[in-house]
Design a protein around this ligand. Sequence first.
Ligand SMILES: Cc1ncc(COP(=O)(O)O)c(C=O)c1O
Length: 387
Amino acid sequence: MDRPEIILAPGPTPIPPEVLLAQGSPLVYHRGPGFGKLMRDVTDRLRQLYRTEDADILLMTSSGTGGLESAIQNCFSPGDEVFVPNAGFFADRWKRLAEAFGLTVRTVDYEWGAKIRPEDVAATLAEHPVKAVLLTQSETSTGVIQPIEQLARVANDAGTLVVVDVVSSLGAVPFDFDGWGVDVALGGSQKALSASPGISFVAISDRAWQAASTATNPRFYFDWEIYRQFAALPDPENPWTPAISVMQGLHAALELYFQDGVDAAMARHRSLSRAVKEGAQALGLDLFGEGLDDNWTVTAIRAPEGIDADTIAGRIRSDFGVVLAPGQGPLKGKVFRIGHFGYFSELDILRGLAALEMTLERLGYPVKRGAAVAAAEGVFQDARAGA
Ligand SMILES: Cc1ncc(COP(=O)(O)O)c(C=O)c1O
């Protein structure tokens, strides 16, 4: 019997039934009070998640990368210099995107899996001022959460714009747009919020608007100024026909998210993350990346000696319908990744670990049956007991 695949990847994350129903209901026409209310509610909720009073929040029809592209188009002109501390696949995407629009990109290359050091950023900016630092909060390729608060501080001290990819972190780990002095932060619907892919959102500070007012990079579909004008209508709209169904789903997803609240979501991600990590270690597997205690979005696990990580991801999918994420770039074949943010429960993690145990055993790795599941149960029981 065909059953839906069990997603244990860092996005798109599993979608709650309430969200599926909302996005499957009759379309709300995209000009008028119905859609206006959806946009207002979604924007208000996102404002709470971003933790900003005054930034503009715009909603665009695209995946996360479209949001990133909009930042490069709206804030910069060809020849502008930006700095990308590069510690993974998505930092590298910033670099390639900025170069595609004619920006001059300075980088400091780290080993993948490293945490970026604020003192390195401060030293680079002191030596060579740039217009902006382009950062990635959750480097999904390695699981590492970068220290945005500290990185933004040194960038602010240097008078540099702070642009942050929060695609796989907004709603998953703490973020504070106003408190940390961020200028632009770009998120997506299909990650921690567990809606379908198709909407990107961007929070924009006054400083970023000033940069946008003189920037000359070409832009049309993602022109923030046009979005701002339509968002300011009495019944807010998008300039172009938006992904209406995804917006209906995102609205329901945010209502669900806020039923429990931000703190509960963070606590859940932390506990699921610990369970995955302790479960993997109980099987004798090594974890990848620095600062594992903060890495609540996705865990990168090294494949055991002699077994290719892609073989593990392929086999667990064909045998059990469990979707893990493979390693990217230099980590291809070396690590596999388990996502644990968004609409995941304790039992989702336990069944994923059980499938991992059986898969590894079938691939000839010596497994103590139940070891990963038992370790994860221990984490959940301790969390419940307040330990
Ligand atoms: C940190 C990060 N940035 C950007 C993206 C790209 O998002 P999308 O695939 O929605 O364009 C992803 C997707 O995994 C991501 O994890």
